[in-house]
Design a protein around this ligand. Structure first.
Ligand SMILES: Cc1ncc(COP(=O)(O)O)c(C=O)c1O
Length: 352
């Protein structure tokens, strides 16, 4: 089941090797370790992500260096280029909300060649100029958490074109052993341990679920895209709402539909909008507070001003509900609530 799931994933993502693991956070840990990153090394990444991305760098004993995001809300190539030092060992870009990062543009801007890991926890099923996520970066990591495009309960994967990288990830997934339990048959009962790994395996039961889920990927992405298009069409008329970016050539997997609130145009700030939506029973939320400003990262030198656009986005973004079973009526409820909050907010401003 594990091998079948890995083959199916590799084929779908047009990449030579897929290694499935316990979750997307472990996938990041193993990607970092497979590149030989350790104490004293620097890894450039984005603050506009789930904390798991930067934590993988810290756990390896290395230093996360935060660059800013561009208009696409993924890492900005110029900002990354400026952050490169002699100690930089890799870049981890994040396909924010399901939009694939332009890894080729990132690589072209670098002052010297560096491996790029794409944290594609949001973007399985997306593509850039027709090339699927998984085939764009040196290592791509995926998450199969229940909120993602496909799920195995918990689960994740590393995808890589390089056989050596994939082999190191396979070993790290299984205590650094030179063979798996399945391979130790007959005369082949001996094994060695060549690196410090752990049990990061996905179970066969989860892999069976993953195989079935993968067959639904295209329809899930299509349903999400349809809802995202509809959100765009009906939100456009509300003042002060910025719609998600749609750079040419990129097809998002629409894991998230995240709008920007411009308080001057909309009438109140983002936090008030989230509170008001929640008061209406609509589970709007934020992806993400800027990682370098979280307490753990402030203790390690994170200060405001490092990444102005990501910091502004973390003040202005709202993730609206988006899920394949969402009905048009559900979606209209969300938009109506946003219209009403805008009317209430601007009326309040007039009164005061
Ligand atoms: C951008 C990003 N990276 C990594 C992860 C971690 O994945 P997992 O929850 O499977 O450990 C997530 C999870 O939501 C994520 O959003």
């Amino acid at each position: 089941m594990i091998a079948d799931f890995e083959h199916a994933l590799a084929a779908r993502c047009k990449v030579d090797h897929a290694v499935v693991v316990a979750n997307g956070s472990v996938a990041l840990d193993l990607a970092v370790l497979a590149l030989g990153i350790g104490p004293g090394d620097e890894v450039i990444t984005t603050p506009l992500t789930f904390v798991a991305t930067a934590n993988a760098v810290l756990r390896a004993g290395a230093i996360p260096v935060f660059a800013d995001v561009g208009e696409d809300r993924c890492l900005d190539p110029e900002s990354v280029a400026r952050a490169v030092t002699p100690r930089t060992k890799a870049v981890i870009t994040v396909d924010y909300s399901g939009l694939p990062s332009d890894v080729a543009a990132l690589k072209a801007a670098l002052p010297r060649p560096l491996p790029v890991i794409a944290d594609s926890a949001h973007s399985l099923g997306a593509s850039l100029n027709g090339r699927p996520v998984g085939s764009l970066a040196d290592i791509t990591t995926l998450s199969f958490h229940p909120v993602k495009q496909i799920t195995t309960g918990e689960g994740g994967a590393c995808l890589a074109a390089d056989a050596g990288i994939a082999d190191r990830i396979r070993k790290l997934r299984n205590h650094g052993m030179t063979s798996t339990a399945d391979e130790r048959t007959g005369a082949l009962w001996k094994y060695d341990v060549t690196m410090l790994g752990n049990n990061h395996r996905l179970t066969a039961l989860q892999a069976a679920l993953g195989i079935a889920q993968l067959r639904r990927l295209d329809s899930v992405v299509a349903e999400r895209s349809e809802l995202a298009d509809r959100y765009d069409a009906i939100l456009i008329d509300i003042p002060g709402i910025g719609l998600p970016p749609r750079p040419p050539g990129r097809r998002s997997a629409w894991h998230l539909y995240a709008i920007e609130i411009d308080p001057a145009g909309y009438g109140c700030d983002r936090d008030e909008v989230i509170d008001a939506l929640r008061a209406e029973g609509i589970e709007a939320t934020l992806h993400y507070p800027a990682v370098h400003l979280l307490a753990l990262y402030r203790e390690r030198g994170g200060v405001p001003g490092i990444a102005p656009r990501a910091e502004r986005l973390s003040e202005q973004l709202i993730t609206l509900p988006l899920y394949p079973a969402m009905t048009v009526t559900d979606q209209d409820d969300v938009v109506l609530a946003l219209q009403r909050i805008h009317v209430w907010a601007t009326a309040g401003a007039v009164r005061s």
